[in-house]
Write a protein that binds this ligand. Structure first.
Ligand SMILES: NC(=O)c1ccc[n+]([C@@H]2O[C@H](COP(=O)([O-])OP(=O)(O)OC[C@H]3O[C@@H](n4cnc5c(N)ncnc54)[C@H](O)[C@@H]3O)[C@@H](O)[C@H]2O)c1
Length: 356
């Protein structure tokens, strides 16, 4: 990266934002990082504390309020990692919060970036892919997980996962829709307002410093519930725990985003799926066994038959596009991810009590 680069990270005190800030500050001795966050996520204060550096500047503010952008310093890159990332948000509550935090905030950010010539990276989500279509893919019920079977007629689907060509018609959760709406406007700003952008549709990201809760950050939530001995439940799918996701270690995501920033012109105006992929996929049932082995703690888990709103049977990311362009692929497996998460919680057990 060229010298004296300035990076603004919206949501810079969240899990991904703070991990990126830490990564950049450690790797480059000549750049400045601005973190812009309203600290609405429980535990964000702890993430801010770990970012101490004379090249780190904290701006406390709500991105959905346009006037908060007026005095921002001009920057080279803006990474939008601010959102309410829960797939249940807005379902049983008013949608004002999710629209403000996930859509209006991003609109304000892209307008500011287009006006100031700042390159914009959006952390979108695999949740933009429609639920009904995903759940219509044929599967088999194996002993510890559901598994897709090959279906040659479905665009964007292969046994290796979902790629960027998947059909976008259908409902996708209010969370997914708020992020997809942002994506649509980012493309428009690219065309009509000369916004320079990259969109990363992330699958499940996990690792240390994720303040996992029941509706978001499942790996951290599962590990911490074992360590703090909290009741866990397999919800939906007859309480089988066989639903599957792929997971990407946060350190692999940081490496990718750094590569993307350093190869910006090659990637500009593109959408990329980013995830752990088939070899880093796991069911809840399998996760329990892994957590048992790593922590040495076993817990009784309740079985709840009825499916939770907006849940999906299987999601696996196909990141072939970014691999082909940049040569990036995940290097850290799920075992390491669970081990790192467990060690982090044990090391910070007192501080994290009441947050995790
Ligand atoms: N963690 C994942 O598995 C995952 C997967 C796919 C996509 N993403 C996307 O990545 C981004 C970061 O996710 P995360 O896991 O770090 O979430 P997080 O909740 O840990 O961090 C989000 C941060 O944004 C801040 N924030 C929210 N609304 C704000 C507002 N209006 N103004 C200022 N700050 C605000 C919160 O205080 C928090 O610190 C999100 O956009 C999310 O949609 C995350």
């Amino acid at each position: 990266m060229k010298s004296n680069v300035k990076i603004m990270i919206a949501g810079g005190c969240g899990f991904i934002g703070s991990s990126l800030a830490k990564f950049f500050l450690t790797k480059y001795t000549n750049l400045q990082v601005y973190v812009f966050d309203n600290l609405m996520r429980k535990g964000s204060e702890l993430n801010l504390k770990r970012l101490k550096s004379d090249r780190l500047f904290f701006i406390k503010g709500d991105l959905s309020i346009k006037k908060n952008f007026i005095k921002l310093p001009t920057c080279d890159f803006f990474i939008d990692a601010a959102a309410d990332p829960s797939v249940l948000s807005g379902i049983d509550s008013t949608i004002t919060g999710i629209i403000n935090n996930n859509f209006i905030s991003t609109l304000n950010a892209i307008e500011w970036c287009a006006n100031t010539g700042c390159k914009f990276m959006f952390l979108s989500t695999s949740r933009v892919y429609p639920i009904q279509k995903l759940d219509s893919i044929s599967f088999v019920d194996s002993p510890t997980r559901f598994e897709w079977v090959e279906n040659h007629n479905m665009r964007g689907f292969s046994i290796d996962g979902i790629d960027e060509n998947f059909d976008m018609n259908g409902y996708r959760s209010l969370y997914g829709s708020s992020k997809y709406s942002s994506e649509l406007f980012i493309h428009e700003f690219g065309k009509y307002k000369k916004l320079k952008y990259i969109i990363n549709r992330c699958g499940m990201i996990a690792g240390p410093w994720q303040m996992g809760k029941i509706d978001q950050g499942i790996i951290s939530y599962w590990v911490s519930s074992h360590i703090y001995k909290r009741q866990l439940k397999y919800i939906g799918y007859s309480g089988s725990g066989k639903q599957v996701r792929d997971v990407l270690h946060i350190d692999d995501l940081c490496i990718l985003i750094d590569k993307q920033i350093n190869n910006w012109s090659k990637l500009e105006s593109n959408v990329f799926n980013v995830g752990g992929g088939k070899s880093n996929s796991i069911s809840l049932l399998e996760l329990t066994e892994l957590v048992n082995n790593i922590t040495g703690i076993k817990m009784p888990i309740l079985r709840v038959k009825n499916k939770r709103d907006a849940d999906i049977r299987i999601f696996i990311t196909n990141s072939r596009k970014i691999k082909n362009v940049l040569g990036w692929e995940p290097t850290l497996g799920i075992k390491k991810l669970v081990k790192d998460t467990s060690e982090w919680i044990l090391k910070n057990k007192k501080n994290l009590e009441g947050i995790l």
